[in-house]
Design a protein around this ligand. Structure first.
Ligand SMILES: NC(=O)c1ccc[n+]([C@@H]2O[C@H](COP(=O)([O-])OP(=O)(O)OC[C@H]3O[C@@H](n4cnc5c(N)ncnc54)[C@H](OP(=O)(O)O)[C@@H]3O)[C@@H](O)[C@H]2O)c1
Length: 250
């Protein structure tokens, strides 16, 4: 891959994705890190990392704000020159829980905005650079090396597995299930353009969102995710996979 964009790259899984991609044997030439407040204290680790890896470029990107998405897309277009974007990882997300007693219109709407509308609008704004990467690639078939959109989903979105996963978390579950539908629709629409699209569940991971009791470290989860992404091909577009590459039911 020559170029990768990760949204929500200042902490948690996003930061670890940037770290492992930067340290890879053959790192991407352009490692684009989207972060909603690059000047704030929450971006310190990302900025420190960027000092050691000149291929990391940090962009202000608030996926809730459509002007911010367009401004970021315009800047990325300039940075990539005419080379296109191989891989977009829509990682930024929020987790509002709550059963029927706790849920509010605000937590439902905010979850949809960040977890569904945001990734979709980021993909829409970056479609020209993804298409450009697909056109320039001499890879056979579709893959993350050519052009791909990966949506960070969750096993909690699976309707079929609802009984096996704990917690009344209406806003999160409903928004990630909707994100999965976006993945499916994008996969259908973008396949003819040579762009792969899949939803990935990273496992239950120790981050601010996952909490301390989670069994997986960010290192383990991201190692798995990157291994899975490197193997995706035509047959995987429109699928829902976990960090070990296992298919999850919708
Ligand atoms: N951890 C888990 O166990 C787990 C399990 C399943 C799925 N996931 C999914 O994996 C992804 C990453 O999760 P994580 O555990 O790393 O979560 P996290 O530690 O809470 O980090 C979330 C990231 O998303 C960013 N973000 C939130 N709203 C944003 C917005 N409007 N614009 C731009 N960035 C925004 C945050 O930036 P700020 O610092 O600015 O808030 C932060 O960088 C999420 O999509 C999550 O749903 C995680």
């Amino acid at each position: 891959m020559r170029s990768v964009l990760v949204t929500g790259a200042n902490r948690g899984l996003g930061l670890e994705l940037i770290r492992q991609l930067a340290k890879a044997e053959r790192p991407p030439r352009c490692l684009l890190a989207g972060c909603r407040d690059p000047d704030g204290s929450r971006a310190k680790d990302l900025k420190d990392m960027a000092k050691s890896f000149p291929n990391i470029k940090i962009f202000k990107l608030d996926v809730d704000n459509f002007d911010s998405i367009q401004e970021c897309a315009d800047q990325i277009l300039k940075v990539l020159e005419n080379n296109g974007l191989n891989l977009l990882i829509n990682n930024a997300g929020i987790n509002f829980g709550g059963g029927l007693n706790e849920v509010t219109p605000e937590t439902m709407m905010q979850s949809y905005r960040t977890n569904v509308v945001g990734p979709m609008m980021v993909t829409k704004a970056l479609l020209p650079v993804l298409q450009r990467a697909a056109q320039l690639s001499d890879e056979l078939g579709i893959s993350c090396k050519k052009a791909a959109v990966i949506n960070m989903s969750s096993i909690l979105a699976s309707i079929e597995l609802l009984g096996e996963t704990a917690g009344k978390v209406y806003p999160y579950r409903a928004s990630k299930a909707a994100l999965n539908m976006v993945t499916k629709c994008l996969a259908n629409e973008l396949k003819p353009h040579g762009i792969l699209c899949a939803s990935v569940h990273p496992g239950w991971v120790k981050t601010e969102m996952g909490g301390e009791q989670a069994p997986l470290t960010t290192e383990e989860s991201v190692q798995g995710i990157l291994r899975v992404l490197s193997k995706l091909s035509d047959k995987d577009t429109g699928s829902f996979l976990d960090w070990r590459g296992q298919r999850l039911p919708w």
